[in-house]
Design a protein around this ligand. Structure first.
Ligand code: SF4
Ligand code: SF4
Length: 329
């Protein structure tokens, strides 16, 4: 094990209070108690096997909101993955959205000497226009390079509860060590990177781009700013203060509820990557928009563009284009 893992409580601590339902996109969409984090915890307490609650485990979008909400301090993010790993032991068939079990654990190699590294992730890498815009903005602040290895194969393997070779993880971490700051666009890697590289400055794309003030001055009360949920919940205490300040200074609306958990579309999940409609991402975007008067949606996570475009007839842009005249991509 690289780095120290903060000890949190297990299933036995679940009181069944149901607070974790408040920001759970699966609960809001399905209204089915058996598919919730609370139901899984109580089922395990009662002696259920992982196979018996397989459907509930598979429905979870791993957004991380339930851990932030849980008043008992249960380590729900790690437990959600633990359940997938355990379920995989007894699986004979995998859901259609599972990554190929043989998918390459490839290292892209190379170490960059830049002070800051952007781990772009699949979405940004595939969209050259947005990626160039983001890199241009980051380089105005500090010497920043695009990481040649952004660990996406590791992230997808871990999210699915599949075994990831230790040598692959070690190679990935070695390539990141020289950088002072890691800017991690996709949220999944925030938690493991904090364990593997304690003391390293690890921030999300939103925090990095907004902290200069150039982009935040372009947000206003008629904007809905959609925070990437996984990275946000992984560093919740600190980021609550950051986004509260953003709201105070700009008047923008966000996908945070009153207890400051982020409601997610789930578009970055394995299920959402395969089919945003089947995974409920469009329904979740509609839920976020319900009752709001907004004229524009600004997303941190590129994966959220499509669900919001299909949920509402207003402009939806990525944060990297907030400063541009076109504001359409
Ligand atoms: S991780 Fe997200 S989707 Fe899964 S149970 Fe928790 S709140 Fe619901
Ligand atoms: S919030 Fe925590 S204690 Fe309450 S039902 Fe959910 S997991 Fe259990």
């Amino acid at each position: 094990m690289i780095g120290k893992n903060k000890q949190r409580k297990g299933y036995e601590a679940c009181s069944g209070c149901g607070v974790c339902l408040l920001s759970c996109p699966v609960w809001h969409r399905t209204q089915t108690m058996s598919l919730t984090r609370k139901a899984r915890a109580k089922a395990i307490q009662g002696g259920a096997t992982y196979k018996e609650i397989a459907n509930s485990i598979d429905m979870c979008l791993l957004c991380g909101a339930c851990e932030t909400a849980c008043p008992e301090g249960i380590g729900l993010a790690d437990l959600n993955i633990h359940q997938r790993r355990e379920l995989n032991r007894s699986r004979t068939e995998y859901p259609f959205w599972y990554p190929d079990k043989k998918f390459a654990m490839d290292s892209h190699g190379g170490v960059s000497k830049a002070a800051a590294l952007l781990l772009a992730g699949e979405g940004l890498r595939a969209n050259q226009e947005v990626c160039e815009s983001v890199m241009g903005l980051l380089q105005q602040k500090a010497e920043t390079a695009l990481s040649r290895d952004d660990g996406q194969d590791i992230a997808r393997g871990m999210e699915a509860g599949l075994p990831v070779p230790q040598e692959r993880i070690e190679g990935f971490i070695s390539s990141l060590r020289p950088a002072r700051t890691l800017i991690v666009a996709e949220g999944w890697l925030h938690r493991p990177l904090r364990k593997w590289l304690p003391g390293k400055k690890i921030i999300g794309l939103g925090e990095s781009l907004l902290s200069s003030g150039y982009l935040s001055r372009r947000l206003g009360p008629e904007d809905l700013y959609v925070i990437e949920s996984r990275g946000y919940h992984a560093d919740h205490k600190r980021l609550v203060l950051f986004y509260d300040r953003l709201r105070r200074e700009t008047g923008c609306q966000t996908n945070l509820d009153l207890q400051r958990t982020a409601f997610s579309t789930g578009a970055s999940s394995l299920q959402g990557r395969k089919d945003i409609a089947a995974a409920g991402c469009i329904e979740n975007a509609k839920h976020i928009l319900r009752g709001r008067r907004v004229k524009r949606v600004v997303v941190e996570d590129l994966a959220d563009l499509e669900p919001f475009r299909r949920a509402a007839d207003i402009p939806v842009i990525h944060l990297g284009f907030l400063g541009s005249k076109e504001q359409t991509s």
